[in-house]
Write a protein that binds this ligand. Structure first.
Ligand code: RIB
Length: 296
């Protein structure tokens, strides 16, 4: 099964800081690095490094050719990736000494998607494929509606959560991969169990994966409930950990692996990612993930 990932690509401008800057403060950074990133791009890289067949669609500016090059090098298909005038998406990221981050996005080319371009890309895919979406591009509700019309199963990572996600017809989603905060914004519930229950009431068609940080993750769907522990590691940079989880999970599902195995590999891949700096650059290969699982 091929996965079309229609998503963002960013240039991540990362400052290492002692603590995340507070309102009214000016602080020094201890380093500054430009990394490849963007939730869409990170998830495509994770899919490709996990051995999945992934087509990445989206837009970069003239400064973003290195993002295309990295996707190609990792094995993602970039036939549909388009270069447009202007700048690529940019993320201004602070990473503190505990590896926690705060992120400000500038949409750039990620906001240049048009209905015509979406139709053109979707014309190459059908019900044997899968569409993966996040929320860093424009046209999200349009993509959901058109893909659903074409019977393409849609997996949604509703991140970052804002009104564009809530403007989508979420009854058209077959798989949600989300964190507690996103689950809370969709359901109004705060407890993980209540979020899952409410999701199944609101969207009975959907399977749900809820990530819980150091508490691991839960899969709920098809009458099955799987609790996956988080593998303990010392965090250096948590940026892109959720994207790594999503990519590995979907690659496993596309391969037809059991949900237990998909969750296990996704958890280990994201654990490895947080021990490394950067988002895209921190994503491990499947060989690394399988070796680490053998040792765990
Ligand atoms: O999820 C991590 C990503 O969020 C970063 O790579 C950054 O680009 C932002 O989009």
């Amino acid at each position: 099964m091929a996965i079309l990932n229609f998503g963002s690509l960013n240039i991540d401008c990362v400052c290492a800081v002692e603590h995340i800057v507070q309102p009214g403060q000016t602080i020094d950074s201890t380093s500054f690095t430009r990394f490849p990133g963007g939730k869409g791009m990170n998830q495509s890289l994770a899919l490709a490094r996990a051995g999945g067949t992934v087509y990445h669609a989206g837009m970069i500016g003239s400064d973003g050719e290195f993002l295309r090059a990295l996707l190609l090098e990792s094995g993602a298909d970039c036939t549909w990736l388009k270069t447009v005038p202007g700048s690529s998406g940019t993320a201004f990221i602070q990473v503190d000494q505990k590896g926690q981050n705060s992120i400000v996005l500038v949409g750039g080319a990620n906001r240049a998607n048009t209905p015509e371009y979406c139709d053109q890309v979707l014309s190459g895919f059908g019900n044997q494929d899968m569409l993966l979406l996040q929320n860093e591009i424009n046209q999200l509700p349009y993509l959901v509606d058109r893909a659903y019309e074409k019977s393409i199963p849609i997996a949604l990572n509703p991140s970052p959560m804002n009104e564009a996600v809530l403007a989508c017809d979420l009854s058209k989603i077959f798989l949600f991969i989300m964190n507690e905060d996103e689950g809370c914004r969709i359901t109004g519930e705060t407890q993980p169990e209540r979020i899952l229950e409410r999701m199944h009431t609101l969207y009975p068609q959907a399977q749900v994966v809820l990530t819980l940080g150091s508490q691991g993750s839960v899969y709920s769907g098809n009458g099955q409930r799987i609790h996956q522990k988080a593998y303990p590691v010392t965090a250096v940079d948590t940026t892109g950990a959720g994207d790594t989880f999503t990519g590995y999970l979907l690659a496993g599902m596309a391969r037809g692996d059991s949900m237990e195995q998909c969750m296990k590999e996704a958890a280990m891949a994201s654990a490895i990612a947080v021990t490394r700096q950067g988002a895209a650059s921190s994503i491990p290969t499947r060989a690394e993930v399988l070796a680490a699982l053998q040792e765990a």
